[in-house]
Design a protein around this ligand. Structure first.
Ligand code: IVH
Length: 676
């Protein structure tokens, strides 16, 4: 007994020492002992824990890589959505953002907290009763992947927090690979003959999404915490700046270059400093983030379309380089569009090797006068695909060739046309293998049928093996067929079949989007699902009927009619029906979003609003369950009157509909948001 008590005490001492040195090394970047001394402590702890396995706890430093590989990530619901950020590209953009926020805050002064914007991967870490409980990716903002095991391997992620911490809280931050770690990783991969990562962001994302956490553990990942998501059971500071200091005191790694600015000119100064010094940062940053300091003000400002009004990403200017355009390649997309891309002599731009760039269409290539063989200026801006800014005409030799779109599809050899008024050339063969495959890939994506586990690679393998020719064939796959594919075992096959089965009940809008009708993106799919009860009803709608729907013009209406006229598409729909895929709305989709505060309330806007764009105002109304109408009718609940109102105001008067000023409208939305 005594021996166990002794071992327990020693284990606790060792853990405390190791945690402390971990923190010095990984969070503060200022170790107090040598690596050898640290390894010795760790070894001693491992020995003791091996002798007394009953004393192992999940927050022991030995448990950072303790879990066996998993088959797939679970899903984590984010109690508060993880938002994205609006961008500013100039001082004017920044000043306009600040002015608008100040106005919404009725001119009250506020400080701003500035930080570099790290080019990595957003994660949320939830702590319960002092221990790290879950770590998740951002996902679609509402639901992410459970990557707890992987995040545990990052030494700067605390596995436990001091008892002063709130009993339940969540922090958010960016996981990234430092430039040095990225370089090292790629050097190792080159030695092993493995494909190299294109940039630190991809490498970080790839590392964090490993099913085997021991692989993640070998990647030199790091994290900066940039926000408190939520906290329960204990009061937390009421400004962002103090919250960050508080999180630091709890052991989290926060960016050492965080700064508190009092004026917008100070923010501009901060931006300038880092534009000039970004090369010296040990990680890739594509801009800086400015956040309104008082939390109460953040809450007042709120969020529009996933973007908080209280924060903005002020981007660094794009990084440019010069190289040779070796050739122009062509991809055939799902709607048959011929997408040209530049094949470049590899060039380093801002620490990243670029060998391809986007070339939107033939007109764009000619407008910029880009010729094959040209020396060109390429530009990289953060995560976006690099693009060609212009040719260097003075470097021409006369050997350069003007690019012409082929008249035959490079994949299937069918005729290529360029519909009038469109920028893209298109392959006319709906059965073109490239189109067919791209359509299947689109069908399974997140915004569409969201068939988890069926990604691009599996689609390609299934297609190449001749097991699927079109998306509907997915629902007829058998276990035996899947087992016949490379790297598919019992468990993964049953997961794939389960997610295919699970996708049979998606809302109508998703199916409309998944069908891949030309010009019908997710927003139009939503709109169509509001107007029609089923795919059949949509398929039978005439061009005129469709054109009646506000914001659907003749081009989209024509494309929908043409889609359903095609025999092949009708066949796909029949196959989906036979397989039991739901092709109509359920009652639940029909009824008003009853639970939401503005359910059944219809707003019509007239004139210009100062603090919202029309889309933003409509988006806010919709998220609160209300409707945004385009005409004043007896059903209209309120007409919101902006500057220079149109005839709708008069109509509201005639019908006796209540009007709201912009301020009243804003007030009403805020009240509604408070009750939701
Ligand atoms: S604050 C509500 N601070 O940028 C805004 N974000 O484009 C919360 N990011 O998904 C974000 N560095 O992953 C914030 N210092 C920083 C950041 C940062 C990188 C990422 C973040 C977010 C994305 C938005």
């Amino acid at each position: 007994m005594e021996e166990i008590a002794e071992a327990k005490q020693k284990i606790e001492e060792l853990r405390a020492a190791i945690n402390y040195h971990n923190y010095r090394y990984y969070v503060l970047d200022s170790p107090e002992i040598s690596d050898d001394e640290y390894d010795e402590l760790m070894l001693e702890l491992k020995h003791l824990e091996a002798e007394h396995p009953e004393l192992i706890t999940p927050d022991s430093p030995t448990q950072r890589v303790g879990a066996p590989p998993i088959e797939a990530f679970g899903v984590v619901e984010h109690p508060q959505p993880l938002l994205s950020l609006a961008n500013a590209f100039s001082y004017e953009d920044l000043a306009a953002w600040h002015k608008r926020a100040s106005k919404l805050l009725a001119g009250r002064h506020f400080d701003l907290v500035c930080e570099p914007k790290i080019d990595g991967l957003a994660v949320a870490l939830a702590y319960v009763d002092g221990l790290l409980a879950t770590g998740a990716t951002r996902g679609d903002g509402y639901r992410g992947e459970n990557i707890t095991q992987n995040l545990r391997t990052i030494r700067s992620v605390p596995l436990s927090v001091p008892k002063e911490a709130p009993p339940r809280f969540e922090v958010r931050g960016e996981v990234y690979l430092p430039k040095s770690g990225f370089k090292r990783l790629n050097e190792e991969r080159a030695k092993e003959g493995l494909p190299l990562f294109a940039n630190p962001r991809n490498a970080a994302a790839g590392s964090v999404r490993q099913l085997d956490s021991s692989i993640t553990a070998r990647r030199p990942l790091d994290i900066f915490i940039y926000a408190l998501g939520w906290a329960e059971g204990k009061a937390v500071p009421d400004t962002h700046w103090e919250i960050m200091q508080y999180l630091k005191s709890l052991g989290f790694k926060i960016n050492p270059d965080i700064a508190l600015c009092h004026t917008i000119d100070e923010v501009e100064g901060y931006h300038r400093t880092w534009v000039e010094n970004r090369e010296n940062l040990p990680y890739e940053a594509d801009g800086m983030v400015a956040k309104v300091n008082p939390i109460a003000f953040q809450e007042e400002l709120g969020t529009v379309a996933h973007e908080p009004r209280w924060a903005i990403a002020y981007k660094f200017p794009a990084i440019q380089g010069t190289t040779r355009l070796v050739n122009i390649g062509i991809n055939v997309g799902r709607t048959g569009s011929l997408n040209p891309y530049a094949i470049l002599e590899p060039v380093r731009v801002g620490g990243v090797v670029i060998s391809q760039a986007a070339l939107h269409n033939e007109e764009d290539i000619h407008r910029k006068d880009i010729r094959i063989g040209d020396t060109v200026i390429v530009q990289r801006a953060g995560e976006v695909i690099p693009e060609i800014v212009s040719p260097v005409v003075s470097r021409r030799t006369g050997e350069e060739k003007v690019f012409l779109m082929p008249s035959r599809c490079p994949v299937c050899g069918s005729e290529v046309i360029k519909p009038q008024g469109e920028a893209m050339h298109r392959c006319t063969n709906a059965a073109c293998p490239s189109q067919a495959l791209e359509r299947i890939k689109h069908f399974v994506t997140r915004g569409a049928m969201d068939i988890d586990g069926v990604g691009e690679k599996l689609c390609q393998a299934l297609f190449q093996a001749g097991l699927i020719k079109e998306a509907a064939d997915l629902y007829y796959l058998t276990k035996e067929q899947l087992l016949g594919l490379e790297r598919m075992a019992d468990k993964s096959v049953s997961n794939v079949l389960k997610s295919i089965e699970g996708s049979k009940n998606r809302p109508l809008a998703r199916i409309i989007f998944a069908l891949g009708i030309l010009h019908v993106g997710d927003e139009y799919a939503e709109l169509l699902a509001e107007q029609f009860h089923s795919i059949d009803q949509l398929a039978n709608a005439s061009q005129e009927e469709l054109s009646f729907i506000a914001s659907i013009g003749p081009k989209i209406a024509g494309s929908i009619v043409a889609f359903f006229r095609q025999e092949g598409n009708r066949r796909i729909i029949e196959k989906l029906r036979q397989a039991g895929v739901k092709l109509e709305k359920e009652r639940a989709e029909e009824v008003k979003p009853e639970g939401l505060p503005l359910a059944g309330v219809e707003f019509v806007l007239t004139g210009t609003l100062e603090s919202f764009t029309r889309q933003e105002a409509e988006a806010r109304v919709k998220t609160l369950g209300g409707k945004a109408g385009s005409d004043v009718t007896k059903k209209t609940s309120y007409v919101v009157v902006g500057a220079d109102p149109g005839s709708k105001l008069a109509k509201a008067g005639k019908l006796g509909i209540k009007t709201l000023s912009e301020a009243e409208f804003f007030e009403l939305l805020n009240q509604a948001a408070g009750t939701s």
